[in-house]
Ligand binder design. Structure first.
Ligand code: MOS
Length: 777
């Protein structure tokens, strides 16, 4: 079999693997509507029922092939060498020993790499997803400690790893900024996030704060975090007749293909990226140097290449969440009403990427106040690029804000839930826009009751069970409802009565492929086992990023638009002989594999009948669904109330989270089963942020010191208690399907809820994460 066949076959196999078996669903699940299609509201479909993940069995059986498991004939294995200085030049690089090592096919450095354009960084255009604008292996310059500086391709992974270790590198070290203190001393710049200034001022917040009857004014610190999806980054790729096929693990197949095409001066359609399975994303499964380096090497030796980063490799070249230092100050009247909210501070960035941690985003929609001062300023460090990490901004910003609110509640002797409710805004506190759907009060009421909040001791440090101090805390989370442009869907309806739904979207383990099948089945009026969903492939029209918690909404809107177009085409095809003759698309709905007259459901014709009569094998409709302008008329967010109980050991300082409950208000929940897992996963990530996660960097040289799961601590099963998840399930009338995003709200507020519970248990307020035991002794 030729390389060409193998590459194409692998692409096909992967995509088909993803859509193979769909689970039929009993049609007896009737749930409340919220969708403006009267037929769907009348005859309820699958949405809202707990459907198991369609890809679950494939994954459990090992039948799902991930990107670094794809085999190609004559494939070479890749290893990278990473720079060990923060800034300077490569003075010498001796590759002779590596080249002579067994099995080596290529050693590529800046001296022999092909000419490549720098990737366009994220946010500079709709299709750019590079995380840096740095040239890759094009010159001798070092920009961060860990930058890849050499590639080895060999017959086996072991041979490649060994040969990479034989490369001898000499550096000219140049002055660098690797400590935060030095970066701050060099000055700050205004923060900009996705083109928007990170600055809001309403009234004179400093003056209001100074005049307030009660106030808190504190500093909060959050450390650097690295991404640790269970699947380390990797790709298997081949050049096929001058085109590039990459089996990647991606949250953004279409944009990645376009950006890589730009690097190699190709047309976008010459790069195909497939990504049917992703072993965790959280914001880091985008385009980094490794895909580009591997593609360049593959072209040089004219063989397919598999690159699979070691865990250390992920720490060296895949960016994470940057550190922040935040000031949060709140002024309040004696009745608890806020007169001033100040949330300011700094986030560290690199000179060559554009992702500050926008920690004020959650504060913009949190509470009513007479005055606001919100700003993020940035400082520059020579380090690994920052990138998106689950709820970038909100995750760390709510640690500051929601800790400060707890501190104010203590100061005023008010229950922290009550203080929050007294400051619940009637409309968006900054824009003045009405909320499309906000029921935080209901989330708190239900959460407090389910959790047993009334058991909380008002005085900290007063509940003790043996060595263990017990406390409870809570916090609010908000995360905006985003919709990115570019979404599209294509539906193919066949004479066999089945439908194929294609979206250039992604399944990172959160259940997207399953929920997409549910949405499509309901729209089409077909059972789920008659619907195939194809996704995770850049050749599918449209571009839907798995980011910003907006993928499901973007898919849903595109599927609805394509379905509407399909109905129009079917009516044309049905013609005058049909019981539907003369009807327009908005007069019919889809039900039981048929088009049905809404005003008279007895008047109907099945899809199969329409296609058969017209002697057509299939009918295809594709439609784009850009975010509607009406979205700008509303302030739209997902919301949460997090309740936590901790036990802190009075002797050792060890914190155990004994109970945690997330009460969510995120519109309508489409699939309770996958949604519950999303919320839980976010909460677990929040527990790690609260108690464990910290990238430790050597201030002298910018080297990450704990690049492994042994030394960078994440929650394991024993760290995670039973997590309760409940939700309001109140549909938002202004979104397709009534849903809000749920990918990032889960982590939001968790660190503050834990910190507040620790305070309630011990009387110790820890304002810098993670809350390790040394800080409690
Ligand atoms: Mo996310 S941080 O938008 O994957």
């Amino acid at each position: 079999m030729s390389i060409v066949d193998t590459a194409k076959e692998a692409a096909q196999g992967l995509v088909q693997g993803a859509m193979s078996k769909l689970v039929p669903l009993a049609p007896d699940r009737w749930i409340p509507g919220g969708v403006p299609d009267p037929l769907i509201a009348r005859k309820h479909g699958t949405i809202g029922s707990p459907v198991s993940r369609l890809d679950g069995a494939l994954k459990v059986k090992g039948a799902a092939r991930f990107a670094a498991e794809v085999r190609m004939a004559d494939m070479a294995y890749a290893a990278l060498r990473y720079a060990t200085i923060a800034r300077g030049r490569i003075a010498s690089i001796d590759t002779a020993a590596a080249e002579a090592a067994p099995g080596v096919a290529l050693v590529m450095t800046h001296l022999n790499a092909p000419r490549m354009n720098p990737p366009a960084p994220f946010g500079t255009s709709p299709t750019a997803v590079g995380q840096n604008d740095l040239p890759i292996l094009q010159d001798d310059r070092i920009h961060w400690n860990g930058q890849p500086i050499a590639l080895v391709l060999a017959e086996t992974q072991e041979q490649a790893d060994h040969a990479a270790s034989l490369i001898d590198i000499g550096y000219d070290v140049e002055p660098s900024t690797t400590s935060l203190a030095k970066a701050v001393a060099a000055g700050t710049q205004p923060g900009v996030f996705m083109g928007q200034p990170l600055l809001n001022e309403v009234g004179d917040a400093e003056a209001e704060l100074a005049a307030a009857a009660h106030r808190v004014d504190q500093r909060y610190r959050t450390p650097r975090h690295n991404h640790n999806p269970i699947e380390p980054h990797g790709a298997t790729l081949a050049w096929v007749d001058g085109d590039l096929v990459i089996h990647d693990m991606s949250q953004m197949v279409t944009a990645t293909a376009a950006t890589i095409a730009g690097v190699f001066d190709l047309k976008p359609e010459q790069v195909r990226i497939t990504s049917p399975y992703v072993g965790g994303g959280f914001g880091c499964k985008g385009l980094w140097d490794h895909q580009i380096i591997a593609a360049a090497g593959a072209r040089m030796i004219d063989r397919p290449v598999r690159i699979n980063l070691s865990r250390e490799g992920v720490y060296r070249i895949v960016g994470g969440r940057t550190l922040t230092e935040q000031r949060v100050a709140i002024g309040a009247e004696s009745d608890g009403r806020f007169t001033a909210i100040l949330h300011t501070g700094i986030a560290a960035m690199t000179p060559h990427n554009n992702m500050p941690e926008p920690f004020i985003l959650g504060t913009r929609a949190g509470y009513a106040a007479d005055s606001f001062k919100l700003s993020v300023e940035t400082v520059t460090m020579n380090m690994l690029a920052n990138t998106f990490m689950r709820a970038p901004g909100e995750a760390v910003g709510t640690f500051g804000l929601e800790s400060a609110i707890d501190e104010l509640a203590v100061e005023m002797g008010i229950d922290p839930v009550e203080l929050r409710m007294r400051n619940e805004p009637e409309q968006d506190p900054l824009s003045g826009l009405p909320f499309s759907s906000r029921h935080i009060g209901e989330a708190y009421r239900a959460g407090a009751e389910a959790f047993g909040w009334s058991e909380r001791a008002a005085t900290p440090g007063t509940r003790r069970e043996g060595e263990w101090l017990v406390g409870m805390g809570c916090a609010t989370g908000t995360y905006p409802y985003y919709r990115m442009p570019g979404a599209a869907a294509r539906i193919t309806l066949t004479r066999a009565g089945t439908a194929i739904v294609e979206v250039a979207a992604h399944e990172m383990g959160m259940g997207t492929s399953t929920t997409t099948a549910m949405v499509a089945a309901e729209r089409l009026g077909l059972p789920m086992d008659k619907v195939e969903v194809r996704y995770g492939d850049s050749i599918i029209p449209g571009a839907i990023m798995a980011g910003g918690s907006q993928q499901t909404a973007a898919i849903g809107a595109a599927v609805i638009a394509a379905h509407n177009a399909l109905v129009g085409e079917l009516l044309k095809l049905a013609g005058n002989d049909s019981p539907l003759a003369g009807l327009s698309a908005d007069e019919v709905g889809s039900e039981d594999g048929a088009l049905v007259k809404l005003a008279d459901p007895a008047a109907r014709e099945s899809f199969v009948s329409i296609l058969s009569r017209a002697q057509r094998d299939e009918i295809i409709a594709a439609e784009e669904a850009s975010p509607p302008l009406e979205l700008m008329h509303w302030s739209m967010h997902s919301h949460s109330a997090i309740f936590c109980e901790v036990r802190v050991n009075a002797v050792t300082g060890e914190t155990r989270v004994s109970r945690i409950l997330g009460s969510f208000d995120c519109g309508r929940i489409l699939n309770p089963k996958t949604a519950r897992s999303q919320f839980r996963g976010g909460i677990i990530m929040g527990l790690g942020m609260a108690l464990m996660e910290e990238t430790q960097v050597d201030d002298r040289n910018g080297r990450i010191m704990n690049p492994s799961l042994a030394e960078y601590h994440l929650p394991v099963h024993l760290d995670v208690p039973e997590i309760d998840v409940i939700w309001t399930d109140i549909a938002d009338p202004h979104t397709p399907m009534g849903a809000h995003g749920i990918g990032e709200i889960g982590i939001t507020g968790v660190a503050a809820a834990v910190a507040n519970a620790i305070y309630n248990a011990t009387g110790k307020r820890v304002r810098d994460l993670p809350i390790t035991l040394d800080k409690l002794l």
